[in-house]
Ligand binder design. Sequence first.
Ligand SMILES: O=c1ccn([C@H]2C[C@H](O)[C@@H](COP(=O)(O)OP(=O)(O)OP(=O)(O)O)O2)c(=O)[nH]1
Ligand SMILES: [Mg+2]
Length: 148
Amino acid sequence: MTKRGFEIVTAYQAASVSLPVRTTAHAAGYDFQAAETIVLAPGEIKLIPTGIKAYMQSGEVLYLYDRSSNPRKKGLVLINSVGVIDGDYYGNPDNEGHIFAQMKNITDEPVTVEKGERIVQGVFAPFLMADDDTAHGTRLGGFGSTGK
Ligand SMILES: O=c1ccn([C@H]2C[C@H](O)[C@@H](COP(=O)(O)OP(=O)(O)OP(=O)(O)O)O2)c(=O)[nH]1
Ligand SMILES: [Mg+2]
Protein backbone atom coordinates (compact mmCIF):
# COMPACT_ATOMS: atom_id res chain seq x y z
CA MET A 1 0.00 0.00 0.00
CA THR A 2 1.28 3.44 -0.85
CA LYS A 3 1.31 5.80 2.13
CA ARG A 4 3.01 9.03 1.14
CA GLY A 5 5.16 10.23 -1.69
CA PHE A 6 5.69 12.48 -4.66
CA GLU A 7 4.53 12.62 -8.26
CA ILE A 8 5.26 14.95 -11.16
CA VAL A 9 2.36 17.23 -12.07
CA THR A 10 0.96 16.77 -15.58
CA ALA A 11 2.22 20.08 -16.94
CA TYR A 12 5.85 19.19 -16.13
CA GLN A 13 5.87 15.55 -17.18
CA ALA A 14 7.74 16.36 -20.38
CA ALA A 15 10.16 18.70 -18.62
CA SER A 16 12.53 16.09 -17.09
CA VAL A 17 11.72 17.03 -13.51
CA SER A 18 13.24 14.83 -10.76
CA LEU A 19 11.27 13.52 -7.79
CA PRO A 20 12.48 14.85 -4.41
CA VAL A 21 15.07 12.66 -2.68
CA ARG A 22 16.84 12.54 0.68
CA THR A 23 20.59 12.77 0.23
CA THR A 24 21.56 10.47 3.15
CA ALA A 25 19.95 7.63 5.12
CA HIS A 26 19.10 9.78 8.15
CA ALA A 27 18.20 13.06 6.45
CA ALA A 28 14.68 14.27 7.33
CA GLY A 29 14.22 16.49 4.29
CA TYR A 30 13.40 15.56 0.72
CA ASP A 31 15.19 18.09 -1.47
CA PHE A 32 12.98 19.69 -4.12
CA GLN A 33 14.49 21.07 -7.32
CA ALA A 34 13.38 24.10 -9.29
CA ALA A 35 11.37 22.95 -12.33
CA GLU A 36 12.29 26.06 -14.35
CA THR A 37 15.10 28.60 -14.48
CA ILE A 38 13.85 31.71 -12.69
CA VAL A 39 15.51 35.10 -12.21
CA LEU A 40 14.60 37.15 -9.14
CA ALA A 41 15.30 40.88 -9.23
CA PRO A 42 16.76 42.52 -6.09
CA GLY A 43 14.15 42.33 -3.31
CA GLU A 44 11.71 40.40 -5.49
CA ILE A 45 9.47 37.56 -4.20
CA LYS A 46 8.63 34.80 -6.69
CA LEU A 47 6.93 31.42 -6.57
CA ILE A 48 9.42 28.83 -7.81
CA PRO A 49 7.61 25.89 -9.44
CA THR A 50 8.82 22.46 -8.33
CA GLY A 51 6.71 20.47 -10.80
CA ILE A 52 5.86 18.17 -7.87
CA LYS A 53 2.71 17.20 -5.97
CA ALA A 54 2.69 15.19 -2.71
CA TYR A 55 0.19 12.62 -1.44
CA MET A 56 -0.02 11.53 2.18
CA GLN A 57 -2.23 9.83 4.76
CA SER A 58 -5.08 11.52 6.62
CA GLY A 59 -3.55 13.28 9.66
CA GLU A 60 -0.26 13.98 7.89
CA VAL A 61 1.25 17.21 6.53
CA LEU A 62 4.29 18.07 4.45
CA TYR A 63 6.31 21.00 5.79
CA LEU A 64 8.51 22.91 3.36
CA TYR A 65 11.62 24.29 5.03
CA ASP A 66 14.35 26.49 3.66
CA ARG A 67 17.76 24.98 3.01
CA SER A 68 20.10 26.52 5.56
CA SER A 69 22.62 27.34 2.82
CA ASN A 70 20.15 29.45 0.78
CA PRO A 71 20.62 32.82 2.53
CA ARG A 72 24.43 32.70 2.55
CA LYS A 73 25.09 30.87 -0.71
CA LYS A 74 22.19 32.03 -2.88
CA GLY A 75 20.98 35.26 -1.29
CA LEU A 76 17.48 33.75 -1.16
CA VAL A 77 15.09 33.02 1.72
CA LEU A 78 11.85 31.05 1.92
CA ILE A 79 9.85 34.17 2.70
CA ASN A 80 6.77 32.48 4.23
CA SER A 81 9.16 30.83 6.75
CA VAL A 82 7.60 27.37 6.48
CA GLY A 83 5.28 26.13 3.75
CA VAL A 84 2.39 24.00 4.98
CA ILE A 85 1.35 21.53 2.28
CA ASP A 86 -2.08 20.16 3.19
CA GLY A 87 -3.07 16.60 2.36
CA ASP A 88 -6.06 17.81 0.35
CA TYR A 89 -3.92 20.15 -1.76
CA TYR A 90 -2.96 17.01 -3.72
CA GLY A 91 -5.05 16.73 -6.86
CA ASN A 92 -7.00 19.95 -6.29
CA PRO A 93 -8.93 20.91 -9.44
CA ASP A 94 -7.23 24.32 -9.67
CA ASN A 95 -3.54 23.35 -9.97
CA GLU A 96 -3.46 19.58 -9.29
CA GLY A 97 -1.50 20.15 -6.07
CA HIS A 98 1.57 21.74 -7.64
CA ILE A 99 3.98 22.72 -4.85
CA PHE A 100 5.75 26.09 -5.07
CA ALA A 101 8.59 27.55 -3.00
CA GLN A 102 8.02 31.21 -2.24
CA MET A 103 11.50 32.73 -2.36
CA LYS A 104 12.74 36.28 -1.79
CA ASN A 105 15.97 37.71 -3.17
CA ILE A 106 17.57 39.46 -0.17
CA THR A 107 20.53 40.82 -2.18
CA ASP A 108 20.86 43.94 -4.31
CA GLU A 109 21.76 41.90 -7.41
CA PRO A 110 19.59 39.65 -9.59
CA VAL A 111 19.70 35.99 -8.45
CA THR A 112 19.19 33.10 -10.89
CA VAL A 113 17.73 29.78 -9.77
CA GLU A 114 18.68 27.20 -12.38
CA LYS A 115 16.31 24.44 -13.41
CA GLY A 116 17.33 21.34 -11.44
CA GLU A 117 18.90 23.32 -8.60
CA ARG A 118 17.84 22.19 -5.10
CA ILE A 119 15.85 25.01 -3.58
CA VAL A 120 13.78 23.80 -0.61
CA GLN A 121 13.27 20.65 1.50
CA GLY A 122 10.06 18.86 2.47
CA VAL A 123 9.52 16.97 5.73
CA PHE A 124 6.46 14.76 6.31
CA ALA A 125 4.95 14.88 9.82
CA PRO A 126 1.80 13.85 11.69
CA PHE A 127 -0.43 16.59 13.17
CA LEU A 128 -3.00 16.70 16.00
CA MET A 129 -6.58 17.95 16.13
CA ALA A 130 -8.38 20.01 18.79
CA ASP A 131 -11.40 18.71 20.71
CA ASP A 132 -14.75 19.22 18.96
CA ASP A 133 -13.07 19.88 15.60
CA THR A 134 -15.83 19.96 12.98
CA ALA A 135 -13.78 20.74 9.85
CA HIS A 136 -15.18 19.04 6.79
CA GLY A 137 -15.00 19.27 3.01
CA THR A 138 -12.01 19.28 0.68
CA ARG A 139 -9.86 22.06 -0.71
CA LEU A 140 -10.86 23.12 -4.22
CA GLY A 141 -8.03 25.45 -5.13
CA GLY A 142 -4.44 26.52 -4.77
CA PHE A 143 -2.90 29.36 -2.78
CA GLY A 144 -5.37 31.81 -1.24
CA SER A 145 -8.41 29.79 -2.28
CA THR A 146 -10.06 29.28 1.11
CA GLY A 147 -11.17 32.90 1.55
CA LYS A 148 -9.65 35.77 3.55
O1 LIG B 1 5.02 27.37 0.56
C1 LIG B 1 3.93 26.91 0.20
C2 LIG B 1 2.77 27.03 0.99
C3 LIG B 1 1.59 26.49 0.51
N1 LIG B 1 1.54 25.85 -0.68
C4 LIG B 1 0.28 25.26 -1.15
C5 LIG B 1 -0.06 23.99 -0.37
C6 LIG B 1 -1.08 24.41 0.63
O2 LIG B 1 -1.95 23.33 0.93
C7 LIG B 1 -1.78 25.56 -0.10
C8 LIG B 1 -2.38 26.60 0.81
O3 LIG B 1 -1.38 27.07 1.69
P1 LIG B 1 -1.77 27.96 2.94
O4 LIG B 1 -2.96 27.41 3.65
O5 LIG B 1 -0.51 28.18 3.72
O6 LIG B 1 -2.11 29.35 2.20
P2 LIG B 1 -3.33 30.36 2.37
O7 LIG B 1 -2.80 31.69 2.07
O8 LIG B 1 -4.03 30.11 3.69
O9 LIG B 1 -4.24 29.92 1.16
P3 LIG B 1 -5.59 29.03 1.18
O10 LIG B 1 -6.70 30.02 1.41
O11 LIG B 1 -5.60 28.42 -0.20
O12 LIG B 1 -5.46 28.00 2.28
O13 LIG B 1 -0.77 26.17 -0.91
C9 LIG B 1 2.69 25.71 -1.46
O14 LIG B 1 2.68 25.12 -2.54
N2 LIG B 1 3.85 26.24 -0.99
MG1 LIG C 1 -4.84 28.21 4.26
